[in-house]
Design a protein around this ligand. Structure first.
Ligand code: HEM
Length: 121
């Protein structure tokens, strides 16, 4: 019988030295693997304490990666436990969006100047 963890318990393991992730309702302790991950430590750490199924599957990891993953399994998720609502990690994205907003304003001003110039030709 494997250990069963609530979403809350799993969410608490979200530091670089203590990183758990959920994939397909199973719990994996990837703390010691972060530095070895071929895709970089940050990409996994971003999912620390969370359900990383979508991210893990989307990459199309190899069978070797799946085997390695299996070796890190420490238990299962109590899927009946209350889910944890995480604050979205949007710091960089917000900055990016602001950048896009600024770009839109600059483009709009340029269009206005060019339009004004041609109308007064
Ligand atoms: C949040 C979850 C994860 C994401 C988003 C992710 C992402 C990635 C990415 C982008 C690569 C490609 C690196 C490259 O070719 O430049 C990669 C490779 C790899 N990852 Fe992950 N990874 C995740 C979790 C894991 C976990 C938990 C394991 C195993 C314990 C793992 C094992 C591997 C291995 C072995 C490779 C080498 C290529 C392969 O064999 O598929 N990854 N990963």
């Amino acid at each position: 019988m494997s250990t069963v963890y609530t979403y809350q318990e799993i969410a608490e393991h979200n530091s670089p030295k203590d990183t758990w992730i959920i994939i397909d309702d199973k719990v994996y302790d990837v703390s010691k693997f972060l530095d070895e991950h071929p895709g970089g430590d940050e990409i996994i750490f971003d999912q620390a304490g969370r359900d990383a199924t979508e991210y893990f599957v989307d990459i199309g990891h190899s069978d070797d990666a799946l085997k390695l993953l299996k070796s890190k399994c420490i238990g299962k998720v109590d899927v009946t436990s209350e889910k944890v609502i995480f604050e979205p990690k949007v710091e960089e994205k917000t900055e990016g969006n602001q950048g896009n907003g600024q770009l839109a304003v600059i483009v709009a001003i340029l269009c206005f100047i060019v339009g004004y110039y041609f109308l007064n030709e």
